[in-house]
Design a protein around this ligand. Structure first.
Ligand SMILES: [Zn+2]
Length: 403
């Protein structure tokens, strides 16, 4: 059983149909991928990164194909819905009287996928050609961690053959008139702290219990949580991406009312900005554990150590092309660290610059939420934005080492 999403771009003749299987991952419907590539008059390649997981790459070769390329990346999967909470069928792309188009993926990130395609279509129709090659990459699996998508793709020779200089990927909506641009992401650390203790009968004052140690561990993590929350609240320029968030997400231990347990464990989800010294931060965690008890240990279920972020100095030719285009279109741009995780982190881990940008201003952030929508005016304006951005990026003069 598949779900179907259809977007009509209102008099622009755009119709894009993407079908999702039960895991909400794009099924390799060759006919549709091929149709879009054929309509654009561009070749398409498919790379099966894992069994049943296909990355599609549509390529517009530049006049100087030896130069590094520009990648327009989008993921093809969406998250599930609670259908009862939606005003309209979340897979019918209903437009209301205000021009708001409702649909799962309308913000995350069908809008951007279609805007890329439409911008390329218009530029081609206008007879344009640029020095740098442009690749449109359509990647599965982002919403479930990217393991069977971008994380694997970046390790394959097919990825390296793309000869990437710069990548655009998804961002977030901004409720104000400004556009948010993401140049880095926080590192997720998922940690479990194990507190052993003396077991015994529940009727006595057992010394050195697991519960006392657990309490000290929780106190240390949550005191730090409060400090970070305070730092965010008192700062005018900080956003969520600039501080470390801490949440206690799991507690395990105990077997009966009258048995003092031999171990209790607690797990935390930490998200750490790239500006934090990760070695020092881990020392801090070590110290909290030691204070809680000599035998308290910890281990990681996930520990990302990538501190790459993309240069946003005006001297950087890619950033300059991006930001000067925005300026020329009177767009206000706000630079931020992405608070969660996207496929951009895998691209940056390869040492490549990537900017997270979804041109959605004046729009509430509704990704993964009920009643996700995007207004048609914002959507159509986004196509114009890419019509200017893509030429600027694909015309960045040869960099040192490229000639
Ligand atoms: Zn997304």
């Amino acid at each position: 059983m598949g779900y179907s999403i259809v977007f009509h771009s209102l008099g622009l003749g755009l119709l894009l149909q993407l079908t999702f299987d039960q895991e909400y991952v794009l099924t390799p419907k060759t006919s549709r991928n091929v149709r879009i590539a054929e309509e654009l008059g561009l070749p398409m390649k498919k790379v099966e990164v894992c069994p049943g997981r296909v990355v599609a790459v549509i390529t517009w070769v530049g006049s100087r194909p030896e130069l590094k390329s520009v990648v327009l990346n989008s993921h093809t999967d969406v998250v599930p819905v609670y259908e009862g909470h939606w005003k309209y069928d979340p897979f019918a792309a209903v437009k209301d009287a205000d021009g708001n188009i409702y649909g799962r993926g309308s913000q995350d990130m069908k809008c951007v996928t279609i805007q890329y395609i439409e911008a390329i279509r218009r530029l081609k129709a206008a007879g344009k050609r640029f020095s740098r090659t442009i690749h449109l990459t359509f990647v599965p699996d982002e919403e479930v961690g990217g393991h069977k998508g971008m994380e694997t793709f970046v390790k394959l020779p097919e990825f390296h053959k793309l000869n990437i200089g710069f990548a655009l990927d998804e961002g977030l909506a901004n409720p104000t008139n400004a556009y948010t641009v993401f140049y880095g992401e926080r590192n997720p650390w998922w940690i479990t702290v194990r507190c052993p203790g003396s077991p015994g009968h529940g009727s006595r004052f057992v010394e050195n219990t697991a519960a006392e140690k657990l309490q000290r561990v929780i106190n240390s993590f949550l005191e730090f949580r409060e400090k970070e929350k305070h730092r965010l609240n008192i700062s005018e320029c900080f956003t969520l991406g600039d501080v470390t968030t801490v949440n206690m997400t799991m507690v395990k231990g105990g077997m009966a009312y009258n048995v003092v347990p031999a171990e209790m464990d607690v797990s935390f989800d930490l998200r750490i900005p790239p500006t934090v010294n990760l070695q020092e931060f881990e020392e801090k965690i070590k110290a909290w554990c030691k204070e809680a008890g000599e035998d308290v240990t910890y281990d990681f279920a996930q520990k990302h150590m990538d501190q790459n972020f993309t240069c946003t100095e005006e001297s950087d030719p890619w950033w300059h092309a991006f930001s000067s285009t925005c300026k020329a279109m009177n767009m206000t741009v706000k630079k931020e660290i992405f608070p969660a995780a996207t496929d951009s982190r895998f691209i940056r881990e390869e040492g490549l610059p990537a900017i997270g940008f979804s041109p959605m201003n004046l729009t509430p952030i509704l990704l993964h939420d009920h009643n996700e929508y995007l207004n048609e005016q914002v959507f159509l304006r986004g196509i114009q934005v890419y019509e200017r951005l893509v030429p600027a990026l694909a015309s960045v003069p040869p960099l040192s080492g490229e000639e």
